[in-house]
Structures are given as C-alpha cells and as structure tokens.
Design a protein around this ligand. Structure first.
Ligand code: AMP
Ligand code: ZN
Length: 139
C-alpha cells in the first residue's frame, strides 16, 4: 500500500510545506491542534522511532529544533509540545515516522493526559526491568 507522507514528500499530494533539506521534510498538519501545528519527518520512509537510523533521527531533531524556533517567532507562541505517536495503541495513524510540533500559549485550553501514581514496589520493579533490557543491549 502507498504511503501518504511519501506521496506528499514526492509532490504527488499537495501540502503547506514549511521546510525541506536533503533528508528532512516538514509541512503543516491538515487538522491542526493549534495553528502552526507542524509535522517533521524523514524523507526516507520508516514506520516509527524504533526503525529509524540514529543519523537520520539526529537530522530530524536538528531540523525540528530550527523549525520550532521559527514557529515561535512567526506565531508568537510561548511554548510547544513535540509529540511522536508510535503504533495504533498510541494513536499513530500514518505509518511514516513524524514528529508533531504543536505551538502552545498560556490559556490555550489544551490539557495533558492524566497521570496515575505508582503504588508499592511497582516503580522500582519497572525501572529495574527497563534497566536490565538496556544493559543486555538487546533493545
Ligand atoms: P499520527 O496520528 O501521529 O499518525 O498523526 C497523523 C497526522 O497527519 C494527523 O495529525 C493528521 O491530521 C495529519 N494528516 C493526515 N493527512 C494529512 C495531509 N494530507 N496533510 C497534512 N497532514 C495530514
Ligand atoms: Zn512513507
């Protein structure tokens, strides 16, 4: 099946482009959470954060930093969220890695998702499990 974001990068589907270099492409989200909501993605197709090579990831994040600063200056926003949805349970709809840059202002009314405190040894257990996987190096 074709990839919508590859089609946008290739110019087959129109978009409001804000940035392009040899490796990275960025355009306005068609259904913005806030005006200026921008998607930053690699030109090379990969589905998510776990299958992108670190060199490309570094280029995406470097571009995202630059684009975010430009959004702030252009729109006068005083904060931002960078969100990257991975997998259907996390709300990923388009399976081409992309970072959402969402400009934020005081009293814009957006709320973060709720937190739920750990109980008992749960936090220590989970931290240990994650550390073990990282030490084994099989992540
Ligand atoms: P995600 O849920 O992280 O996969 O986000 C996909 C995003 O792509 C959504 O915020 C959509 O509004 C956005 N989107 C879908 N189609 C287009 C399009 N043709 N141009 C720009 N943004 C799009
Ligand atoms: Zn793609």
């Amino acid at each position: 099946m074709g990839c919508l974001f590859c089609e946008i990068i290739n110019g087959k589907i129109p978009c409001y482009k804000v940035y392009e270099d040899a490796d990275v492409f960025a355009f306005l989200d068609i259904n913005p959470t806030m005006p200026g909501h921008t998607l930053v993605l690699p030109k090379k197709h990969c589905s998510g954060l776990l299958d992108v090579d670190v060199e490309t990831l570094s280029k995406i994040m470097t571009a995202a930093q630059k684009i975010t600063a430009a959004i702030q200056k252009a729109l006068g926003s005083s904060g931002f969220n960078i969100i990257q949805n991975n997998g259907v349970p996390a709300g990923q709809v388009i399976e081409h890695l992309h970072f959402h840059i969402i400009p934020r202002n005081e009293s814009d009314g957006l709320k973060h998702w709720p937190g739920k405190p750990y109980s008992g040894d749960m936090a220590a257990d989970i931290a240990n499990k994650i550390q073990q996987k990282l030490e084994i190096g099989n992540w």
